[in-house]
Write a protein that binds this ligand. Structure first.
Ligand code: PLP
Length: 360
């Protein structure tokens, strides 16, 4: 059976080579007579998977030695709560840049635990543009500044990051980590749910700078303290074993392609193909995001009526292109172009967009 072109926003398409490798060793992992699903998380085999996954992350992202890498459950959404629990001191606050639904949820959790300060927001314009860092209103006393690099639902993305002086910048990179080159050293902490660019749902990756980790509040429940996961190398309890294994295979695929410079070039090309199809359609397709804030990962657009949008989605499906329905807060169409989506898949989509326009 042929594979379909999967534009789902997350969980999303994974590299076929990673899936095939997992399939080939599924019932008998490296001659153990067991599946990775059945081995101990304290076995030599899993220790090697864990170490190799971390090593791939370190090399591909250029993570310096003074940052620790951990894997947890609970998705990026649990990080929204763990972050303020660990790092906002009693009576203190943290700054939040609210640029979309996930950023808003992170801000909400901060206000349940302690105090979140709104440093910038584009909510009044339905998150259709990004406040630039020079316009963020930062409190010198805040424990950290939280931002979201790519706004998955609204289709905006920060392609560059500020080097904030004397500030701990924390970033939710769930939907664009490993898609382009950036400087890890600008951040005190980065976290990402795996299910967009890193692997399957069920595992979350976090990168934490040592001096920031050392500032964490004491007395938290054990599993909610970053210190526990750092100290026990993500093995305090049973980690998401299979998710980490698939992440390793996915990262190996990125490395074999040529790492971040190569994947960034492919991702730019894919995004350019879709944006040209929108911009060259004489208004038949209309992007919903201000041009300077456009994402390379998620591209929302509208057609001239909801009937036409419904027809677009159903005819696309017949053409083997799925996962294109926009989120209800934007409507219309959303094209998600994560790493594993091929240029060929995007060319199929843009050819379909041309045909659809001609037909309607
Ligand atoms: C998908 C997504 C999340 C939510 O991740 P979960 O793992 O489902 O909790 C958070 N932030 C961003 C930017 C996302 O794209």
């Amino acid at each position: 059976m042929a594979r379909i072109y999967n534009f789902n926003p997350g969980p999303s398409t994974l590299p076929l080579t990673a899936l095939e490798k997992a399939q080939a060793e599924f019932t008998d992992y490296k001659g153990s007579g067991m599946s990775v699903l059945e081995i101990s998380h304290r076995s030599k085999d899993f220790e090697a998977i864990l170490a190799n996954t971390k090593e791939l992350l370190r090399t591909l992202l250029g993570i310096p030695d003074n940052y620790q890498i951990i894997f947890t459950g609970g998705g990026a959404s649990l990080q929204f709560a763990m972050l303020p629990m660990n790092f906002i001191p009693a009576g203190g606050s943290a700054d939040y840049v609210v640029t979309g639904e996930w950023a808003r949820r992170a801000y909400k959790e901060a206000n349940i635990i302690a105090k979140g300060r709104l440093a910038a927001s584009s909510e009044a314009d339905n998150f259709s543009w990004l406040p630039t860092p020079d316009a963020w209103d930062l409190d010198p006393a805040s424990a950290y500044v939280h931002m979201t690099s790519n706004n998955t639902i609204f289709g905006t993305q920060y392609h560059d990051f500020p080097a904030l002086q004397d500030k701990n910048l924390v970033c939710d990179m769930s939907s664009d980590i490993m898609s382009h080159q950036f400087d890890v050293k600008k951040f005190a902490m980065i976290y990402a749910g795996a299910q967009k660019n890193l692997g399957p749902a069920g595992v979350t990756m976090a990168i934490i700078r040592d001096d920031f980790a050392a500032k964490a509040n004491k007395g938290l429940p054990t599993m909610l303290a970053y210190e526990t996961h750092i100290k026990h190398d993500s093995l305090y309890n049973t980690p998401p074993v299979f998710g980490i294994y698939i992440m390793q295979l996915t990262l190996q695929w990125v490395k074999d392609l040529g790492g971040l410079p190569a994947i960034e070039a492919i991702n730019r090309k894919k995004a350019e193909l879709v944006y040209s199809a929108i911009d060259g359609s004489d208004g038949f397709y209309r992007g919903t995001v201000r041009t300077d804030s456009r994402s390379w990962m998620n591209i929302p657009f509208r057609l001239t009526s909801e009937e036409l949008e419904a027809a677009f989605i159903s005819e696309a499906k017949q053409a083997g292109l799925i996962g294109l329905k926009g989120h209800r807060s934007v409507g219309g169409i959303r094209v998600s172009l994560y790493n594993a989506m091929t240029v060929e898949g995007v060319e199929k989509l843009t050819a379909f967009m041309k045909d659809f326009k001609a037909k309607h």
